[in-house]
Design a protein around this ligand. Structure first.
Ligand SMILES: C[S@@+](CC[C@H](N)C(=O)[O-])C[C@H]1O[C@@H](n2cnc3c(N)ncnc32)[C@H](O)[C@@H]1O
Length: 398
């Protein structure tokens, strides 16, 4: 169904669409697109062992502990603002596990927020999250479950192909904003830089056999400007491009961040994703696009393979963290720290908590599982260095 709609869309657009439009259609544009299709069971979800990939949110309680530590710090450092009005806002809450675990941590510290708001683009994900959170909280503590019912709020975010997800219809908050592995699912453009030829943009057409195929076209000035900006930066970093190379450029990130920040009066924003800074992304040896597909825990790195299994597999890319840094450097009312996941978790105090407070690991099998999760989150070979955290601190303007 997604494939047929996609082909109709390509025809309607004159026979060619840029890669970001293709990605949008696969993941969001149709009722049965990857992130929009109905899921009435765990098996229908992309996350988890029965899905296509596992995110850090599901690897034990460590991420929740670290986020809860940030929240606790915001509250303890805040004198002028009424602490009762603090909110946690989570973008794309996945299977809901992270929210449930954060609420458990905050309940234990007796600092539950006034509101925990989930911004979600899929109605069927919302239904799933409600069930999952209920299960986790009821099992933990009935009174937490009852309190959480009053705290948790969901908001459905509309997506469209032009603006993607603008999220303008939300209240400004004081508190903590979480966006774990969100930006890597934004539709991305792919540009082709060539040493002695014009810059091109990768797009999709339907070939004579009726299959999807890549075709390059001349891009608009905005994309050319972004490619040239990165080429100049690469040169300053000592990387001289000599062979053709592809660059993934997300046209939505900056606008999304702008709106997100305008809806945070005071507090912290924690953006985490798998990605790199440009000194690595744009180095001499990295010439391919970093767009890949994930299906049943297998990463499919060949770009051509991304055109198959339309709507049935996840499409994602390495987030350009220098784009985030450039954005936040331009903001006058905040500062930020960029760290690897391992550094962020350690700085958040999870190792101290592990050493100090092992009561939640009382059963030995649980202990083994939690230690394994922590190793995965911290290890260089797993997620420790491949995931980055951009931790933004917004000042109180009043
Ligand atoms: C890779 S999953 C991560 C889910 C979850 N945060 C986790 O870490 O397990 C990306 C999620 O982001 C959602 N998403 C993408 N763009 C979004 C937006 N602008 N606002 C809210 N959610 C968004 C997708 O629907 C998808 O559920």
């Amino acid at each position: 169904m997604v494939l047929q709609n996609l082909k109709n869309f390509i025809k309607k657009k004159g026979g060619w669409i840029p890669f970001d439009s293709f990605m949008f259609e696969c993941l969001y544009g149709n009722d049965d697109s990857y992130y929009m299709r109905k899921k009435d069971s765990l098996a229908g979800l992309p996350f988890g062992s029965s899905g296509d990939y596992v995110t850090s949110a599901s690897l034990g309680h460590w991420m929740a502990k670290a986020y809860a530590n940030s929240y606790a710090r915001i509250i303890s450092e805040t004198r002028n603002i009424d602490k009762e009005v603090f909110t946690i806002r989570e973008y794309g809450p996945g299977n809901g596990e992270l929210a449930a675990k954060i609420l458990i941590e905050l309940f234990d510290q007796d600092i539950l927020p006034k509101k925990y708001e989930m911004l979600e683009i899929s109605q069927s994900f919302i239904e799933f999250q409600k069930t999952k959170i209920t299960d986790i909280l009821k099992q933990y503590n009935e009174s937490l479950y009852l309190r959480a019912n009053k705290i948790l709020k969901w908001k459905l975010v509309e997506v469209d192909s032009e603006e993607f997800a603008t999220n303008t219809d939300i209240e400004p908050i004081n508190g903590l904003v979480i966006a774990n592995e969100i930006i890597d699912s934004f539709p991305v453009k792919i540009a082709l830089w060539q040493p002695n030829d014009e810059i091109l943009e990768l797009g999709i057409k339907i070939n004579d056999e009726g299959d999807l195929e890549f075709q390059n076209r001349l891009p608009d000035d905005q994309l050319i400007e972004k490619v040239l900006h990165r080429k100049n930066q690469a040169r300053q970093n000592g990387h001289f491009w000599t062979t053709p190379r592809m660059l993934d450029i997300c046209p939505h990130t900056e606008r999304w961040l702008k709106i997100l920040m305008s809806k945070l009066n005071y507090g912290e924003l924690i953006l985490s994703d798998y990605g790199l800074e440009r000194y690595e992304l744009d180095s001499d040896h990295r010439v391919e696009s970093n767009v890949t597909a994930f299906f049943k825990h297998t990463q499919i790195s060949k770009l051509n393979e991304c055109l198959k299994n339309v709507g049935g597999q996840d499409l994602t890319y390495l987030v350009d963290f220098s784009q985030l840094s450039e954005f936040f450097l331009d903001q006058h009312d905040c500062h930020f720290k960029l760290k690897s996941q391992a550094a962020w978790l350690i700085d958040s105090g999870v190792l101290d908590q592990f050493a100090r407070n092992q009561d939640f690991l009382c059963k030995s099998h649980q202990m083994i599982e939690e230690v394994g999760n922590l190793q995965k989150l911290l290890s260089d070979n797993e997620m420790g260095q491949s995931f980055l955290f951009c931790h933004v601190f917004k000042k109180n303007s009043s």
